[in-house]
Design a protein around this ligand. Sequence first.
Ligand code: AMP
Length: 336
Amino acid sequence: MKIYEFEQIQKIIDKSKNILLTTHIRPDGDALGSESALFHLLKKLGKNPTVFNSSSLPQEYEFLNIGNFYNQYHSNEHFKKLKGFDLVIVLDVSAYSRLGKIGEDLQKWSIQTICFDHHPTRTDKFDYEIIDSTAAATGSLVYEYIQNTNPELMDLNMANALYICILTDTGSFRFENTSSKTMGIAAELIDYGVKPGTLYQNIYENRLPEQMLLLGLILQRVKYTCNGKLAWFCVTRNIAKQAGVKLEDVDGYTDFIRSTKGVEIAIMFLEQDDDKIRLNFRSKGNIVINQVAKKYNGGGHAFAAGASINCKIEEAVDEVVNDVKILISDYENNNC
Ligand code: AMP
């Protein structure tokens, strides 16, 4: 991004007072870290920021909720409040439909918008955009914005939040999006006092015993096909209930299954309702997977993508596994 683009964003923020921050449904570390860092910055700038998200705060990110900034949006209670905002900052997504109910409601008011995002799939247009799909995380764009406009306001809370963005979206600095620039930003955040080991533990070593029980149930059920290149598993509502895990806390399992030797692609089918299945795709990096997600009106990154499909779980498995088998066979044909 160019410096003048950040300066332009700053001018818009300078002219605004009541600023709404929001992000996609089922927010992840990048979404929440970006919101948290901007919330603290805006406070320091004398603004009146509010965070409203359609989803509840995932339990592993509760430690980020400093100052209790997190609010879950309920249309019946908060719709009229939207009118009072003079600026909306949308983080880590560029589609109103992925904001959940607040996205639908925001489109009924005409409020200026800024979008910070790093996803390759673009859906809607915002008044001002800081969008760069080469950035490892939305948080690294937020970091660049702060460094180019208000570097003196950076503090440990903001640095922690931005470090979480990078840590989670690079898979703890393991994915190919971990560039020297990404590492450079992480190093600068550590200079603000970030403790990498503590933050890692907060997120990855704080799983609930129920979530570990669910891992056991999943491991017993994984199916392998395409000579072990494709691994997939279903989490039905019954299995989640058996483990005692809430559906919104079913996360991270697909990454784990992808770590199996020989597996190129892992898929999770999560039954959210009788006729609503969430798809979670993870690729090891040789086969682009977001095109399959797009086919089901989803999206995401080349090697980490998701979608939702309206049918029974068995039908979803039949259709999606078949699509991915074709993808793997094309990959094999092009590489032999
Ligand atoms: P997940 O599988 O939910 O961890 O998401 C992996 C990536 O895909 C993230 O960047 C999400 O923002 C994106 N993603 C997940 N579900 C969808 C969807 N239904 N539509 C568009 N992008 C999605």
